[in-house]
Design a protein around this ligand. Structure first.
Ligand code: NAD
Length: 346
């Protein structure tokens, strides 16, 4: 059986990490790489990754790479919103490539873009390919893992889950979108103006959980509060004086008939240890039986995202055509051997 041929579209922090991991695996080959970043386009992939890579250049123009017959699967790691990645998905699907994207909204695009989700499903079916959105969150911690936990429940009354994480490893974009280093007043203005967005993905995680459990949410209410530091905090990209904002506590409540049935909390901040905040992922299900899951420290977001996208390759290659979500496919597992061993021989 031939190696699985993969195109990596977007070679930033996540895409380049995934490319490196793929190159170290048997059974797969990278046949194309696309990025329009000044420092990456036109350069050999291996050089950009800092390793002995395959003999291919990173192309800025997808037209030369996204061509029917050239690859089995495209990994898209360019942006967060369904509207931003739609054209890339359309192009790859029309070139008969299966697709895994880590765009947060694509974890459950029907939540906020039901029309686009329908179109993507149709497009995938017309071209006999599978499209999946995944990642650490959305994609796993605050949705897939919760859904799997409820599999041992006869009744579920409500769900609360909390992901407390450390933003210190992330760059300037994340600092801006989380409001790190602002004053509380600037934070409030940023939230109102939509420049401070907090976590992207709560409606997607909520609707995925609800769809899996057969719930119909009437509303999803979100709040974003500043995490105001009492101590000096510093990372390579930001400094936070006492009294300034070290992160964003983003909370979402999903309701049915006025009752909150799903609460998801995601307080994210830099250097949490300086105020003795321990990171972790926590899931509490009130039901029969009740469930209390703690993962300490948090599952690391970067590695977790790269691994999840790569580990879902066999599931995506073997799924029926259409737009899928994590709740639709077989459970993920670390793929340690040759990916081809997990594929049904044709
Ligand atoms: P990044 O900014 O480091 O990299 C994005 C790369 O995509 C850049 O190199 C950029 O030049 C390239 N790019 C963007 N648009 C492009 C286009 N139209 N054509 C070609 N190249 C393009 O971001 P990242 O940390 O690698 O993350 C990628 C995306 O995945 C982000 O939107 C991020 O929010 C999301 N993400 C999701 C999860 C999850 O859990 N679902 C986890 C991590 C990241």
């Amino acid at each position: 059986m031939k190696k699985v041929r993969i195109v990596v579209w977007g070679l930033g922090a996540m895409g380049s990490g995934m490319a490196k991991a793929l190159l170290a695996r048997p059974g797969v080959e990278i046949v194309g790489a696309i990025d329009r970043h000044e420092g990456r386009m036109g350069r050999p992939l291996g050089q950009v990754l800092g390793i002995d890579g395959p003999d291919i250049n990173i192309e800025a123009d997808p037209q030369t790479i996204i061509v029917e017959g050239s690859a089995d699967l495209a990994i898209i790691a360019t942006a967060s919103f369904t509207t931003e990645v739609y054209q890339q998905l359309e192009m790859a699907a029309k070139a008969k490539m299966n697709i895994i994207t880590i765009a947060e909204e694509m974890a459950f695009p029907a939540a906020q873009q039901p029309e686009l989700a329908k179109q993507l499903d149709q497009l995938a079916k017309e071209n006999n390919v599978t499209i999946l959105g995944t990642g650490i969150n959305p994609g796993f911690v605050l949705d897939t893992l919760i859904i799997a936990m409820t599999g041992v429940c006869l009744e579920v009354e409500s769900i609360k889950a909390v992901r407390i994480n450390d933003l210190s490893p992330f760059g300037p974009t994340v600092m801006h979108t989380q409001g790190v280093g602002t004053t509380p007043e600037e934070f409030a203005q940023g939230v109102d103006a939509g420049t401070i967005v907090g976590h992207v993905g709560f409606p997607e995680s909520m609707e995925m959980i609800a769809a899996a459990l057969g719930w119909k949410l009437d509303s999803i209410e979100q709040t974003k509060e500043p995490i105001v530091s009492t101590v000096y905090r510093e990372t390579p990209h930001v400094t936070v004086q006492p009294g300034m904002v070290a992160g964003c506590k983003h909370i979402a409540n999903g309701k049915i008939n006025g009752k909150t049935v799903i609460t998801l909390e995601h307080p994210q901040q830099v250097r949490p240890e300086l105020e003795e905040v321990e990171t972790g992922d926590y899931i509490y299900v009130t039901g029969t039986p009740g469930i209390n899951l703690s993962i300490k420290p948090e599952i690391p977001g970067g590695i977790g995202t790269m691994a999840m996208a790569i580990n879902m390759i066999p599931q995506v290659l073997q799924a029926g055509p259409g737009l899928k979500t994590m709740k639709d496919l077989p459970i993920p597992a670390a793929v340690l051997g040759d990916i081809r061993d997990l594929l049904t021989q044709e």
